[in-house]
Design a protein around this ligand. Structure first.
Ligand code: NAG
Ligand code: NAG
Ligand code: NAG
Ligand code: NAG
Ligand code: NAG
Ligand code: NAG
Length: 470
């Protein structure tokens, strides 16, 4: 009995390309059932047929959305400049060998994104993903403020100009009468790097104007105007919570830990708690998005300790309502999960957070319930190769919001610079890469259990973490 979860996991890994059976008979009625009941999945399952047909049509009950992150547009980027000493802003006259900044960006450098790469990426999306229902953009439009010769702080409107460049690009690429754009803040998106006031930071008012064309109702949203977070119903019954991670992030010295009753982070989490409680009462579902994830790729906590604990409790206690969550910031591709060791009454917690790093998970998945899986999307800024994700989700009926899978598209930047053309292609599909029939927590749990059992199966995940870089 005890081993049954893991046995099922192994089956899924060994035989991914089969037509999936209905959910319940596939999972079986075993001791994992209470874990499944804690976050029931009613959506359809991914099949080999879907893989050949990535352009899902609305008639099949599925739609698509994009997750993109960390554009970091740099209007000062200079081709043939010195990445190591000038962040790709100036030519090095004394050391000409340093002048290797590529036309489309410089892989693995600390340089930001040239206009050429941003343009090529949006052209690809226009040609291949224009039919998405909505876009989750997890922030960081502005360039880094690392170059002491051209400090952003001397020209505060540089940040706003970069926000405007990204907003204009979205508006000209997608049909905004059909596609909803849901943005959030990165930690470079304020007037001063990593600094956002807990309430009424002046950058919020500027962004309200820049984002006005997207009709998100921000100018009449008290939570947005005060704290920079909001919710938006992307489909009747499916609501995206765009949180402001700057209010939780321990590097933001203008805010306090959530253990302080006056902290803006606590106020935001209370707002999220109330919002999610209302959604649950109304039978609605939620996606949660923000820039900074709770943990780095190495599993280190990125929020203030009290905020970290409260965040985990928030997601855990609303795991039935929140289908998934999406982050940016670290430029890496990885997943984290919320789980409980209470297999009898999973909804009651206690809740824990774990990140799948570059070593296989060690948790005993037969004695714990995975309640929620959060995904860290890869960036456009070429710290690693640039990549974007196209998710398939159930867009109607009782299964509204259920995630079937995603296709990650990447471009090999070294090759792009050599060939003088950015060429996005499929990097992997969650179905063929991991044997995931859907992205329900229990399905992921079976994959995690497979990785815990046999590290060979884990190697693909490690390769994807850096978007096929080194
Ligand atoms: C040029 O490169 C040399 C050697 O890496 C470095 O020491 C120097 O600071 C660079 N010059 C400029 C202007 O960045
Ligand atoms: C900077 O932006 C603000 C708000 O958009 C505007 O009022 C101001 O005139 C701008 N300043 C400059 C120097 O462009
Ligand atoms: C943050 O906001 C508070 C209250 O509005 C204000 O007193 C404070 O000066 C602001 N701090 C900064 C650094 O903008
Ligand atoms: C959410 O709000 C409810 C009702 O006020 C409260 O009992 C619960 O502890 C809150 N949960 C979190 C995670 O803050
Ligand atoms: C779950 O974890 C908590 C906190 O570590 C512990 O007190 C409790 O005994 C555990 N419960 C089970 C069923 O293992
Ligand atoms: C681990 O998985 C690989 C590939 O799926 C397989 O070849 C190998 O035999 C497995 N090892 C063990 C110990 O099960």
């Amino acid at each position: 009995m005890r081993a049954s979860c893991t046995v099922l996991a192994a089956l899924a890994i060994m035989a991914p390309i089969v037509n999936a059976a209905p959910a319940v008979s596939f999972w079986g009625k075993d001791r994992c059932q209470k874990c499944i009941d804690a976050t029931p999945y009613t959506g359809s399952l991914m099949t080999a047929h879907d893989l050949k047909k990535p352009q899902n049509s609305a008639s099949s009950g599925t739609g698509k959305f994009l997750h993109i992150t960390d554009i970091h547009i740099d209007e000062l980027y200079l081709v043939g400049s010195d990445p190591a000493n000038t962040q790709c802003h100036r030519v090095n006259s004394t050391a000409p060998n340093n002048n290797v900044a590529g036309k489309y960006g410089t892989l693995g450098s600390i340089c930001d994104t040239p206009q050429t790469l941003m343009d090529a990426t949006f052209t690809w999306m226009q040609n291949n993903a224009r039919d998405v229902d909505f876009i989750i953009y997890t922030g960081d439009s502005a360039r880094h403020d690392r170059d002491k010769q051209v400090p952003r702080q001397n020209t505060p409107n540089a940040t706003l100009a970069e926000h405007k460049m990204v907003a204009d690009k979205i508006a000209s690429t997608f049909d905004m009468t059909k596609t909803t754009y849901i943005p959030t803040w990165g930690n470079n998106d304020q007037l001063v790097y990593n600094k956002m006031n807990g309430t009424y930071d002046p950058v919020i008012a500027s962004l309200t104007t820049i984002l006005a064309p997207f009709n998100l109702g921000l100018d009449s949203s008290p939570s947005w105007k005060k704290g920079g977070y909001f919710s938006y119903e992307v489909k009747p019954g499916l609501v995206v919570l765009s949180l402001n991670s700057m209010l939780l992030f321990s590097s933001n010295t203008l805010t306090k830990d959530c253990s302080d009753p006056t902290s803006a982070g606590l106020e935001m989490l209370s707002w999220a708690n109330d919002t999610l409680t209302s959604l649950q009462a109304a039978g609605k579902k939620a996606y949660v998005m923000q820039h900074v994830p709770p943990t780095s790729a190495a599993g280190a906590a990125l929020y203030y300790p009290g905020c970290q604990t409260q965040y985990v409790n928030l997601i855990g206690s609303h795991a039935k309502t929140i289908i998934s969550s999406f982050f940016g910031h670290t430029n890496n591709d990885y997943v984290s999960f919320i789980y409980t060791n209470n297999t009898e009454a999973p909804a009651n917690g206690p809740f824990f957070l774990s990140t799948i790093t570059n070593t296989p998970p060690t948790l005993d998945f037969t004695k714990n319930c995975v309640l929620h899986v959060m995904s860290q999307g890869p960036s456009i800024i070429p710290s690693n190769n640039p990549a974007v994700r196209v998710y398939s989700y159930s867009n109607q009926g009782a299964s509204l919001g259920a995630l079937l899978g995603y296709v990650q598209y990447w471009s090999d930047l070294v090759k792009d610079n050599t060939n003088d053309a950015v060429d996005y292609a499929v990097e992997y599909h969650t179905y063929s890469a991991y044997g995931l029939f859907n992205l329900a927590p229990f399905s992921w749990a079976k994959v995690f259990a497979g990785w815990a059992k046999n590290a060979t199966n884990f190697q693909a995940y490690v390769r994807y973490q850096n978007v096929l870089g080194n």
